[in-house]
Design a binder for this molecule. Structure first.
Ligand SMILES: [Fe+2]
Ligand SMILES: [Fe+2]
Length: 301
């Protein structure tokens, strides 16, 4: 009961911090023309005409055609499936940098909006984790998680400013946090994927973007974010070091698999082509090599 009250109180405070930091919480006010995450399916009308005027002859639609058809219907996509005589499924998803909270329910379809929404969602993730670590008697790690949540408020504000600059308006992430603290085993598996996986590769992406973005505002925003995210990745491995000795072999194996899966899934996500240059987004083959190198160097214990 005590835990529930603290979760509710912190949730209110967190929203105030995000608003004070300049993160707008509009609801679906922006167009969704870029690629997204996590997976979302929009079934839209399609007359089987290709963007170049030709008629679809069956088979897998290429990414460019799929993106244009779905964008024409007002939704994002990075692949198309299940074409019928009059509809097609536009599927977007997979570009998830950063730590996702338990209970994350919805995100926008736009990659730019999601960048900001994922940073805001990470505030929830770290705050809730701090509370859980306190409950489990790990106060030092709880303090570090709380500090990381403050970093994520700044990231959310910076990513929101970038999204607005490009004409996209983020929404508030919808998060329903678990009313009870998760077990140490659940925390270990979550941390392996979200921290030792997604945040580790996300920090590397941020550093790359800070160096390669064509837009100077993106470079300026990503520099400090990359430093913070590298520190979040170090925190994740410190947490893994604290939890792993308490875990049975089967959980350790699942944690290694969770880390590998999260890293490779993020690396395999196609970044939106239209933003690659201005945001300095890493090419997919380079991202995959980077993920494998990170796995070799930082494999979960
Ligand atoms: Fe972040
Ligand atoms: Fe982070």
């Amino acid at each position: 009961m005590e835990h529930r009250r603290v979760v509710a109180a912190r949730s209110t405070l967190r929203k105030h911090w995000l608003v004070l930091a300049g993160v707008p919480f509009f609801s679906h006010c922006g167009g969704c023309f870029l690629l997204g995450c996590p997976t979302r399916v929009d079934t839209v009308s399609w007359d089987h005409l290709l963007p170049d005027g030709g008629t679809w002859a069956g088979g897998q639609l290429g990414l460019e055609d799929c993106s244009l058809i779905c964008a024409d219907a007002g939704v994002g996509s990075n692949r198309c499936e299940n074409s019928t005589t009059s509809t097609i499924d536009c599927i977007s998803g997979g570009v998830c940098k950063g730590r996702l909270p338990p209970g994350l329910r919805s995100m926008s379809g736009s990659w730019l909006a999601q960048n900001a929404e994922l940073e805001a969602a990470a505030v929830y993730a770290f705050e809730h984790l701090a509370l859980e670590l306190e409950v489990h008697g790990l106060p030092q790690l709880a303090r570090a998680a709380l500090e990381a949540s403050r970093d994520e408020v700044r990231h959310a504000a910076a990513a929101t400013r970038l999204a607005l600059k490009y004409g996209v308006c983020p929404s508030a992430p919808t998060v329903t946090l678990p009313p009870e603290p998760r077990s140490l085993e659940e925390l270990a598996l979550d941390n392996a994927a979200e921290g030792c996986g997604r945040e580790l590769l996300g920090a590397t992406f941020n550093r790359w973007e800070a160096e390669h973005a064509g837009d100077p505002l993106v470079r300026a925003a990503m520099g400090p974010i990359a430093v913070d995210e590298a520190s979040h990745a170090r925190f994740s491995f410190a947490l893994a070091d604290a939890l792993t000795p308490r875990m049975p072999l089967s959980v350790r194996r699942r944690a290694r698999e969770a880390q590998e899966h999260a890293l490779l899934q993020l690396a395999a996500a196609e970044p939106p082509r239209a933003l690659r240059e201005s945001f300095g987004l890493m090419e997919p083959d380079h991202a995959m090599k980077t993920a494998h190198a990170l796995l070799d160097a930082h494999r979960h214990a």
